[in-house]
Design a protein around this ligand. Structure first.
Ligand SMILES: [Zn+2]
Length: 53
């Protein structure tokens, strides 16, 4: 039996679903972004927050 029922979330930046990753196993509850690019707001699809100018 394969465990393919990995949890998924929707990235708050690009609004795309992403799948649980090993590196997030301890931080999954806190993960909001699918990638570092989204976290930093440099993703093309990401809406830039007006935090940084
Ligand atoms: Zn994203």
């Amino acid at each position: 039996m394969k465990k393919s029922n990995l949890p998924t979330k929707v990235c708050v930046a690009c609004a795309r679903p992403f799948v649980w990753r090993k590196k997030w196993e301890r931080d999954w509850d806190r993960v909001l972004y699918c990638s570092d690019a989204c976290r930093r707001g440099v993703h093309p699809l990401a809406r830039r927050n007006t935090k940084t100018r």
